[in-house]
Design a protein around this ligand. Structure first.
Ligand code: TYD
Ligand code: MG
Length: 456
């Protein structure tokens, strides 16, 4: 019997399906995103996957074995991957256009081809000569790196099976298509189908496969639900176009922790690893300026010190301006209210600007006390001691609450030569005082008022 084809309307933003066209997606609420796609009735995929049916096993009888991994010797990348590239795994790398995804994978391929053997880079975006130019810029001169400019999936799979590379990179998943579906490359149907097939291919051959994915305006990979569920690992490559540092973050990892980040700096000759990120973020700190304070943010398990700045100035507007860059606007409004009410600082007629230097975004309550300190410092025109780090969460009653991993943050600060720290009293009491921490002067505070006293 011939399988019946039917058409469905698929939201290109979230992948939701509907039998009729609709102006607005009922799932994600996006307008004008429903596109007609042909659905093939799936031909008994289940039994093919099961391959003859497996029996349930007793958990106790299953041998745990370590995954077959190899390292790229790009330390920051290996760490985010959970200790290297796992055989047969599929990794999705998402990020804004121009952020450096192609550069990152090319540098990875250079390492793999030098250390392991053949590697294949499939590009649907750039011509081989463009790739060559980039490779020259990055100093890639290896015998083992193959490039394929192709967008049709079956051709790619054929070429890969012929070459048997150690790693396969697809740049980008949105440019690839399979002729089995009539819809355009980049549509949810194609992205899902192509990724699914690549996944099966990776598992069958054991070739680790990296997919590069573009992100949409609101920061999700196009066809996010479908893609993120299919692959083993999802990494996001983030950063600010105006700044040179980049962060590689794991959002999902079947073979490692999602707490890890890798920090890179985009240079003339490609991405360089940054072993101590705090140093870049603090490099250009002004001496004795008011409104500047050093805060500690935990990115995964890694503490990063950053400079937080505030500027408070009399406003000519009836609704004074509140501008926040790198910190959450609502959080700052809340903290300004705490300063107003609990400390009696009159910010009503003042414009307040808060910024984290270097394009870093911090979404962590541990910087609350830092925001308060910076605003107060600018308001009172009194600088904060340059050797001081400020950390602590602030509650609405003006209390300073304990933060997580204070020891790790302090150790990082001590390493960079900071000598004083204002932090929650509870953290000081519970802390294990190692040699590095003993060198620092710890000022435990319980309330915002107390913090003000210690700081000024
Ligand atoms: P690219 O890897 O092409 O970004 P993506 O694949 O995410 O779209 O990176 C492009 C940017 O990186 C481009 O603006 C130039 C910059 N760049 C450098 O600064 N140094 C380099 O060595 C390379 C290769 C790129
Ligand atoms: Mg690219």
């Amino acid at each position: 019997m011939k399988s019946k084809t039917k058409t469905v309307y698929v939201c290109q933003a979230c992948g939701s399906q509907s039998p009729r066209w609709m102006g607005k997606c009922p799932d994600c609420g996006a307008w004008n995103t429903m596109v007609e796609e042909q659905m093939e009735r799936s031909k008994d995929v289940g039994s093919a996957k099961r391959g003859g049916g497996s029996e349930p096993l007793l958990l106790g009888d299953i041998q745990a074995k370590d995954e077959d991994r190899f390292v790229t010797k790009i330390g920051e990348l290996d760490r985010v991957l959970g200790g290297g590239i796992v055989a047969g795994s599929v990794v999705l790398i998402g990020g804004d256009p121009g952020i450096g995804k192609s550069t990152l994978v090319l540098q990875m391929l250079k390492q793999v081809s030098e250390l392991r053997g053949k590697a294949l880079y499939v590009s649907g975006e750039e011509s081989p000569s463009q790739i060559k130019m980039r490779a020259q810029r990055l100093g890639v001169k290896t015998e083992n790196l193959y490039v394929l400019a192709e967008t049709q999936l079956d051709e790619i799979i054929r070429a890969t099976d012929g070459l048997e590379p150690q790693v396969l990179v697809i740049d980008s998943i949105q440019t690839m298509f399979t002729s089995e579906l009539p819809s355009a490359p980049g549509s949810v149907g194609q992205v899902r189908e192509v990724s699914g097939k690549l996944m099966i291919h990776a598992k069958r051959t054991g070739i680790p496969t990296f997919l590069i994915g573009h992100v949409t305006k609101d920061g999700a990979i196009a066809g996010p639900r479908v893609l993120e569920h299919i692959v083993d690992t999802v990494l996001y490559f983030e950063g600010d176009k105006g700044h040179s540092f980049r962060i590689l973050r794991a959002v999902k990892n079947r073979f490692g922790s999602t707490n890890e980040i890798g920090v890179f700096e985009m240079k003339e000759s490609g991405l360089a690893e940054v072993a101590n990120p705090s140093e870049i973020f603090l490099a250009e700190r002004p001496a004795d300026a008011t409104g500047s304070v050093v805060v500690s943010s935990l990115e995964g398990t890694r503490p990063i010190l950053a400079e937080l700045q505030a500027l408070v100035a009399p406003s000519k507007l009836t609704m004074p301006r509140r501008t926040c860059i790198g910190v959450d606007f609502n959080r700052v409004s809340l903290l300004l209210a705490v300063l107003e009410k609990r400390v009696g600082m009159h910010l009503m007629g003042m414009d307040v600007f808060v910024n984290i230097v270097g394009g870093l975004k911090i979404d962590e309550p541990a910087i609350d006390l830092g925001v308060i300190a910076a605003v107060a410092s600018s308001f009172r025109e009194k600088p904060i001691n340059a050797q001081t780090v400020v950390m602590g969460e602030v509650g609405l009653a003006g209390e300073v609450r304990a933060i997580s991993q204070a020891e790790a943050r302090l150790k990082d600060a001590a390493k960079l030569g900071f000598t004083r720290c204002v932090l929650p009293q509870l953290n000081v009491e519970k802390m294990e005082k190692t040699a590095a921490i003993k060198k620092m002067e710890l000022m435990g505070v319980r309330t915002v008022d107390e913090a003000m006293e210690r700081l000024f």
